[in-house]
Design a protein around this ligand. Structure first.
Ligand code: GRF
Length: 188
């Protein structure tokens, strides 16, 4: 149920890389309480720090997933995060982590789900001869890219497109779709 109080939930964004979707969320005015990364050298982390955001960086390498996720959970709790937005987060969350945050983790995926779950979505859409590609924002469940779809944006596949050209076109749509859908989600 949407509320009309104007109060929105505090968001923690998880990234692994350049963080362009994170930037789009921040610039759209989403209440970002923490930017966290499993890659301490992720380019997006530097941007987040430069923009005065709280950040958390820890690699699971050497400590293992349970210890990594426990530390991440503490950081999210300390920041009073209520909703987690995955934005180019390239690591699978454990079933226990997803269960602890059930219904409160969303992700952006660069395909028109349920088509092309997982990786290499653009190359697969082109190889299949699809006329349209796009992106989806969905709720994260234990099953990869399979939770409820909250919104999608379609993008044409043009003659001569390779995966990089299509990815660039879809990314522009991602930056429109994710802030719009997340803004609705944090008002629920
Ligand atoms: C995006 O295409 C996102 O859909 C996918 O990984 C990419 C991340 O890009 N999951 P960025 O880090 O947000 O720039």
């Amino acid at each position: 149920m949407p509320n009309d109080t104007g109060v929105t939930k505090r968001v923690g964004i998880l990234i692994s890389g350049r963080g362009s979707n994170m930037m789009a969320l921040v610039e759209a005015g989403i209440d970002v309480a923490l930017v966290a990364s499993d890659k301490p050298d992720a380019a997006g982390l530097a941007w987040a720090r430069d923009h005065g955001l709280s950040t958390f960086a820890l690699s699971p390498k050497g400590i293992g997933k349970p210890a990594y996720e426990a530390a991440l959970n503490v950081a999210l709790g300390d920041a009073e995060v209520e909703v987690i937005a995955l934005a180019g987060y390239m690591r699978l969350l454990s079933d226990a982590f997803v269960a602890a945050w059930r219904g409160r983790i969303v992700n952006i995926h660069p395909s028109l789900l349920p088509k092309y779950k997982g990786l290499d979505t653009h190359a697969r859409a082109i190889a299949a001869g699809d006329a349209e590609a796009g992106c989806s924002v969905h709720v994260v469940t234990e099953e990869l890219d399979a939770g409820e779809v909250l919104g999608q944006e379609l993008v044409p596949i043009l003659p001569g497109d390779d995966a990089d050209a299509l990815a660039a076109r879809v990314l522009i749509a991602e930056h429109r779709l994710y802030p719009r859908i997340l803004a609705e989600f944090v008002r629920r």
